[in-house]
Design a protein around this ligand. Structure first.
Ligand code: KG4
Length: 362
């Protein structure tokens, strides 16, 4: 869908009213983010990441929650300022209600409730996973990003999820395959940790992989039926192989880190793409998107372009700033619900997990 078509399809502010401004808030894990849209077009997207977790090699929930408390006011202020509006101009507040870390979510949810109550405007709860998928519908006034038409398949790969989602509409999404254990991003982060590299491992592995040989090492691949994934076996295989190699050469990691990263990345990309191709073939769908933090990965993006050439797929790859957690994806998801007047009550609690179907029911 072209930008102009998107504008016509979506911009329907109530007659006689001014523009519709919505504030979006994301705080499900370790990024505090706020964004503002006007009539469906993004005006600002401000994110404060939390360096405090680097020393621990992973997100520490209690520290994440405290950092959100410190960041939320300045981040929201900056998003409103960049959008050039006052909070009194807001028509609604969209917020991530779940899934995620409960302590982190509570900060964003409580802030959204307080602000919405003080301004007397409605609240819109957004499923974080919906947000990742709907990142493909984020548009600024002048961009040329082409959004997918329904139905399409979306590979959602992040630190907490690896799913193949059949996206039938803005609110009707069905998970047709998912990991039965670790998520792809989690596997990358854990292997990176085993190699003594920093956190999060994804960007580090990506950078090293560009200089390595993806065929240098072979790691075990899962044999799971259907469209489901598994990454825990790969993680164990990586760890055990590394232990054996280090016995012969204590500096093995230092000598081979580029090849290790490239081979690990290739194994994960192969696993992800094999199931995605199977689903696309079975469902006869050629519009295929990728979303979530791992969609920033160069090898995965290249694989999408390669499959587009080989299988005639029309592929949708989000801008880097919309891959990892951000409020722009939350506010666009909220905008679609706003058009449906699908608001949530003040009593709506945060939730850490969702059931298999990620439908936007309260
Ligand atoms: O979507 P996201 O920001 O947070 C979750 O909701 O989980 O995803 C974070 C994950 C982390 O595992 C991180 O290592 C991974 O995305 N990641 C990457 C890259 N950038 C971030 N993985 C591979 N290559 C990258 N360039």
């Amino acid at each position: 869908m072209k930008n102009e078509e998107f504008a016509t399809a979506l911009s329907s502010p109530p007659k006689g009213a001014g523009p519709t401004y919505i504030l979006g808030i994301e705080s499900s894990c370790d990024d505090t983010s706020a964004a503002v849209i006007r009539d469906g077009f993004l005006l600002s997207n401000v994110t404060a990441s939390q360096a405090v977790h680097e020393a621990y090699g992973g997100v520490v929930p209690e520290l994440a929650s405290r950092a959100h408390q410190q960041n939320i006011v300045p981040v929201v202020d900056a998003a409103l300022k960049q959008a050039g509006i006052e909070r009194e101009q807001l028509s609604a507040i969209a917020f991530t209600r779940g899934p995620g870390l409960l302590g982190s979510l509570l900060v964003g949810v409580s802030f959204a409730k307080g602000l919405a109550a003080s301004l007397g405007i409605p609240m819109i709860d957004v499923n974080h996973l919906h947000g990742h998928v709907l990142a493909h519908f984020i548009h600024t006034e002048n961009d040329d990003y082409v959004s997918p038409e329904f139905p399409f398949l979306c590979l959602l790969v992040s630190g907490g999820n690896s799913q193949i989602i059949l996206v039938k509409s803005y609110k009707d999404m069905e998970i047709i395959g998912q990991t039965i254990d670790d998520a792809a991003g989690e596997a990358i982060d854990k292997c990176s940790k085993v190699m003594g590299l920093g956190y999060p491992g994804g960007p580090i592995i990506d950078k090293l992989a560009r200089q390595g040989n993806p065929e240098a090492f072979t790691f075990s691949k899962p044999n799971i039926p259907g469209y489901d994934y598994s990454f825990s076996g790969l993680k164990t295989s990586f760890l055990y192989n590394l232990r054996d190699w280090i016995k012969d050469d204590p500096d093995f990691i230092e000598h081979h880190k580029e090849d290790l990263a490239a081979s690990l990345e290739k194994t994960i990309v192969d696993i992800l793409m094999k199931k995605l191709r199977l689903a696309a073939k079975d469902l006869k769908i050629k519009k295929v998107a990728v979303a979530g933090g791992v969609s920033a990965n160069t090898g995965l993006r290249n694989a999408f372009y390669d499959y587009a050439r080989r299988y005639g797929w029309q592929v949708f790859i989000p801008r880097f700033s919309y891959t990892t957690d951000n409020a722009a994806m939350i506010v666009i998801a909220g905008y679609f619900k706003y058009l449906d007047k699908d608001f949530c009550p003040m009593s709506a609690p945060a939730y850490s997990r969702v059931s298999e179907e990620i439908r936007s029911k309260h």
